[in-house]
Design a protein around this ligand. Structure first.
Ligand code: AMP
Length: 998
């Protein structure tokens, strides 16, 4: 009867037809629904009434309640639609029972109902019984034999009402009002369940029933595979699921995700990484191809083998180094393979007594590494046999022998007068993997004499009221034959008045002392190299005067005191009369002892050796043979001509002396047909050179005078003359290397000036340079030096003078001194720093003389450190006494070498005058009129008096002030010291830049 209840206004009699209209519309809808039939990724259907091709097997109860409409869709698939419409009849209770549905392990299931429900208002009559809802129930059971379930055993899921009910009007409009309702049930505890739909008097068509559960579908996330996971029973439950790393991947941190009740994966934790040799691509781990590698799971992808490495295999975790290339254990596999460095370059040495300073340039090839350090091997070589042995432990290396990071080192405590070979080896992190490839540069040096070390043990001997006897031991390192000892003593706390005794013995007695008084003694030794340092202070006391005889004892004390006083007075007067700064008198002593008393003064000892002018010999041949060894011509092999001298060719060759290894030499020859004067002048140079023995003076091997041609044989200097060498290598050296060259020249010149020799023709062309960049002063001669120099020009007074290198006083009135050599040295500095530029360029000699006379000076060479240019200007002081001495120049250059940052300040390029000469004036003379004015100007007026009292009364004097002087003057505040020094520096820089007007 129910379906008839669906009758429209047309009042069609057949139940099938009654439903026809909605059913057509349903068909249309079904096509659309079928396309969605595949459950969404996260839903798994347990039942879908529309996909069941045969009988659904559902049971209606009572039989005339729900009925199935056997329709088919456009594909002739059956549409299982159940309908009931007994709205006119009272007390309806129509059940529709599904067959058993397995829950497939899901504990929460969803039921989606699609149905239409007729609006009771649209039905004629029967309003009293018409319902617009139906009920849905379930019953759990583990198997299918639950068909006899009683109504009251079912558990109600919900009463289902339509969101939309349809009226006849709606039908007319062909608007389908299909309701979809979803309910969920859980937790389920059995294997399956039945559903039941109860109608109590509505007009319903149940179009489809879909039962499903939700799952989180299998997924790969962070290289871990997570399995299909059925959602939890609770609608808010998150299930924690562990993932499994995919092939060729490893666990970085245990991978986990959470499966939500809605079937979504949430909150991934942890991850897997492709193992070494594999890289991630599209959620998989792909093998690294040959030529590529991946060292660790953490590297993001396969990388190309770094330079100098390769791999022929797939899945490489590292690459192999090419031949001769290596990898240090700690090198990362991504780093290129490297090799040991090449040898360091351009090593230069500076010898200072028994210390050697070495400097070099880093190797051209560092082997591709940054960890280059240097190792110094030291060998001591016999000058006779040429054999070398390891130096042994006595040599100290500053800062160290191995692992040197800087390109310089100082060796101290070497033996005096010894040939050493230092091998400087560059080492890097892979050097030890290829010991055969080690490369080094070697430097040969000969040390000079060292001063003796201080006396360390002093013992007291007999002590009386007026005398103290002492004895001591020779210093640990005498470094030569001890010529004498100097014993200085004074009464304790009376240091300004002291006595000096000289003794050749290791014991003395100091007498004439006060009884019962403490005396302080210090001893030092002297060798040919000069004095060593004083020993520490030793304090001894004279015996006291016995009380009983005190009266008598006063007399000798007074006598002694008076005697000492008289002696001291005599000493002072004697010295004043003889024009010396301090006095001495020979006391009655052991003839081996010499005693001097001092008061606020000191004695300068005369130089150990002096130069002897060969002119003073009546027979010049005698001079030659005194100072030069005669060599047999057969010992010399001449190889090639390397230059032309005034007297003949200069050749290179080899010298083989008996018992010695053959070594390279330069040979100057005297051309045939020479006059006797020429022969004398030629050999004069050897007579002079032969007197010198210094690493920065060209060394004379000997002369050949007994056969022809007459020859002078000297050490061979591979790089020839300095000016040509610098021009050839313009811009190739570090400032330190240039300063090293200058230091060598200054050291040679200091030696010459100490010997009392004035060079007169010091210029870069007369300096020779060897393969280690050691510079040596050469070209010694008498009058002929200047005759032979093409740079020398005749002056109005008739002499021939190299104008550009010569001090004004030497040009004007031939006043050649070591101070005029210092002027020339300043010009050599300028030549060196400008890589062999011609001083004063193309100016004429006359213009040069005039400009210099007027106070103009050469401007700073390009990129010249300010400290060096200042030194040049100091060398070019008009007043020769104001020029620095060579020993001061050497120590200043040493200071600069030790502290290379002091060379960083360059003469300001913008204010460098490129082709004009710089006006030169003493510091500050233009800027401040007096020391007081200057100090006031920098707010340091409070020190004016102290400056004046200590002799700094002019700005010229002030210019010489050092930091030490300031401290001595009592300027102890660091801020004040800085202010004064900065102001002085500023004035000097202004001067350097030619900014201070004359
Ligand atoms: P001199 O006659 O001393 O000026 O020498 C002429 C040239 O010969 C120099 O300019 C140098 O190029 C070369 N010469 C002289 N002495 C040596 C040496 N000891 N070693 C190498 N080259 C030298």
């Amino acid at each position: 009867m129910g379906p008839r209840g669906w009758a429209g206004r047309a009042g069609a009699p057949a139940p099938a037809r009654t439903c026809l209209l909605p059913l057509l519309l349903l068909l249309l809808l079904c096509a659309a629904l079928r396309s969605l039939r595949a459950s969404p990724g996260s839903e798994v259907n347990l039942l879908d009434s529309r996909t069941v091709m045969g009988d659904l097997g559902w049971i209606a109860y009572p039989k005339n309640g729900w009925e199935e409409i056997g329709e088919v869709d456009e594909n002739y698939a059956p549409i299982h639609t159940y309908q009931v419409c007994k709205v006119m009849e009272q007390n309806q209770n129509n059940w529709l029972l599904t067959s058993w549905i397995s829950n497939e392990g899901a504990s929460r299931i969803f039921i989606e109902l699609k149905f239409t429900l007729r609006d009771c208002n649209s039905l004629p009559g029967g309003l009293g019984t018409c319902k617009e809802t139906f009920n849905m129930y379930y019953f759990e059971s583990d198997d299918e034999d639950g068909r006899n379930i009683k109504e009251n055993q079912y558990i109600k899921i919900d009463t289902i009402a339509a969101d939309e009910s349809f009226t006849e009007l709606d039908l007319g409009d062909r608007v389908m009002k299909l309701n979809t309702e979803v309910r969920d049930v859980g937790p389920l505890t059995k294997k399956g369940f039945y559903l039941a739909f109860q109608d109590v008097g509505a007009c319903i068509a149940l179009v489809s029933v879909r039962v499903y559960y939700k799952k989180c579908p299998s997924v790969i996330r962070n290289l871990a595979r997570f399995p299909d996971t059925i959602t939890g029973a609770d609608s808010s439950q998150l299930l924690e699921v562990s993932g499994v790393c995919i092939n060729h991947s490893v666990t970085e941190e245990a991978p986990k995700m959470h499966c939500s009740a809605e079937g979504e994966w949430l909150v991934p934790i942890g991850k897997c990484l492709c193992k070494a040799g594999y890289e991630e691509k599209n959620n998989t781990c792909q093998v690294c191809r040959p030529g590529f590698f991946k060292a660790s799971p953490h590297s993001p992808s396969c990388s190309k083998c770094p330079p100098h490495s390769y791999t022929l295999d797939e899945a490489s975790t590292s690459c192999l180094c090419e031949e001769h290339y290596f990898r240090k254990e700690s090198d990362p596999p991504t780093m290129a393979c490297t090799r040991p460095p090449s040898a360091p370059r351009s090593a230069i040495s500076n010898v200072n007594e028994t210390s050697v300073f070495l400097e070099w340039i880093p190797p051209a090839d560092t082997g591709g590494r940054k960890d280059v350090s240097y190792y110094i091997a030291c060998k001591k070589c016999s000058s006779h046999s040429g054999l070398c042995e390891a130096c042994g432990g006595h040599v100290r290396y500053l800062p160290q022998q191995t692992g040197l990071k800087n390109t310089s080192v100082m060796m101290v405590d070497l033996l005096a007068h010894t040939n050493y070979t230092f091998e400087i080896e560059a080492v890097n992190g892979v050097s030890d993997q290829n010991p055969g490839a080690r490369q080094f540069v070697s430097v040969n040096v000969t040390t000079n004499q060292a001063a003796p070390s201080p006396v360390s043990t002093v013992k007291k001997g007999k002590i009386t009221k007026n005398s103290i006897s002492l004895s001591w031991q020779e210093p640990d390192r005498p470094n030569g034959i001890i010529l004498e000892y100097e014993i200085k003593y004074f009464e304790k706390d009376q240091e300004t008045s002291y006595t000096i005794i000289k003794s050749k013995e290791t014991a003395i007695t100091a007498d004439g002392l006060k009884p019962g008084s403490a005396y302080v003694f210090q001893i030092r030794a002297r060798t040919a190299a000069g004095y060593g340092g004083f020993s520490r202070r030793f304090e001894f006391e004279t015996s006291p005067v016995l009380a009983a005889s005190s009266d008598q004892s006063q007399i000798p004390i007074i006598v002694v005191s008076v005697t000492v006083g008289v002696i001291l007075l005599a000493v002072v007067i004697g010295f004043l009369l003889s024009g010396r700064r301090c006095g001495y008198s020979k006391a009655k002593q052991d003839p081996e002892e010499e005693k001097m008393h001092f008061h606020n003064g000191h004695i300068k000892l005369p130089g150990v050796r002096t130069y002897v002018d060969p002119h003073t010999y009546e027979d010049p041949n005698q001079a030659v043979h005194e100072f030069a060894k005669e060599i047999e011509a057969s010992c010399i092999t001449i190889e090639r001509v390397i230059g032309a001298g005034e007297f003949g060719e200069v050749c290179s060759g080899r010298l083989k002396l008996q018992g010695k290894r053959e070594f390279p030499v330069a040979i100057k020859t005297l051309k045939v047909g020479y006059t006797e004067k020429q022969r004398r002048d030629f050999l004069g140079e050897a007579s002079i050179m032969g007197q010198f023995d210094h690493p920065n003076i060209i060394h004379l091997e000997g002369v050949v005078t007994k056969s022809k041609p007459v020859m002078i044989v000297t050490e061979y200097m591979e790089n020839g003359s300095l000016d040509t060498f610098l021009k050839k290598n313009d811009g190739q050296f570090t400032v330190i290397q240039l300063v090293g060259m200058l230091r060598g020249i200054a050291s040679g010149m200091k030696y010459l000036s100490d010997m009392g020799y004035v060079h007169r023709d010091l210029a870069a062309r007369n300096i020779l340079i060897n393969s280690n960049l050691v510079c040596k002063v050469s070209d010694f001669g008498l009058s002929r030096v200047l005759e032979d120099d093409p740079e020398a020009a005749y002056t109005t007074r008739g002499g021939k003078i190299p104008i550009r290198w010569t001090a004004p006083e030497a040009i004007a009135f031939r006043k050649f001194t070591s101070a005029s050599d210092v002027w020339s040295y300043g010009i050599v500095m300028w030549e060196v720093m400008s890589y062999g530029e011609r001083p004063y360029w193309e100016m004429t000699n006359q213009d040069v003389i005039k400009a210099v006379e007027e106070g103009y000076r050469l401007p700073s060479p390009m990129d010249c450190p300010a400290a060096l240019y200042q030194l040049m200007l100091d060398c070019w002081q008009k007043d020769r006494n104001s020029r620095p001495k060579f020993d001061e120049i050497v120590s200043m250059l040493d200071k600069l070498i030790r502290n290379p940052s002091s060379l960083k300040t360059l003469v300001n390029a913008s204010s460098r005058v490129s082709n004009l000469l710089v006006e030169h004036s003493p510091v500050g003379s233009g800027a401040y009129r007096s020391v007081g004015e200057w100090l006031e100007a920098i707010k340091m007026g409070r020190y004016t008096e102290i400056f004046m009292e200590n002799g700094y009364s002019s700005m010229d004097a002030v210019a010489q002030v050092t930091l030490e002087d300031l401290r001595r003057l009592g300027v102890t505040l660091v801020g004040h010291q800085k202010k004064i020094m900065n102001s002085l520096q500023e004035m000097k820089v202004q001067l350097v830049n030619g900014m201070v007007p004359l």
